[in-house]
Design a protein around this ligand. Structure first.
Ligand SMILES: [Zn+2]
Length: 55
């Protein structure tokens, strides 16, 4: 998994996983930049979202 924010490689397994409609969602946290993001996978396709940070 590559961090979509800083492109660092993330070795860790997702710390949270759940189902959303037909997607399986995994949440990762990047150790480099500190962002967490969700990866949606469905039928072999993946996309991601980056939740906005609360300031
Ligand atoms: Zn990162």
């Amino acid at each position: 998994m590559i961090c979509p924010v800083c492109n660092a490689e993330i070795q860790e397994t997702p710390f949270k996983e759940w189902l959303f409609n037909d997607y399986s969602v995994s949440r990762y946290k990047c150790q480099e930049c500190g962002y967490s993001f969700n990866v949606y996978s469905k039928e072999g396709k993946e996309s991601y979202t980056i939740p906005k940070r609360k300031i």
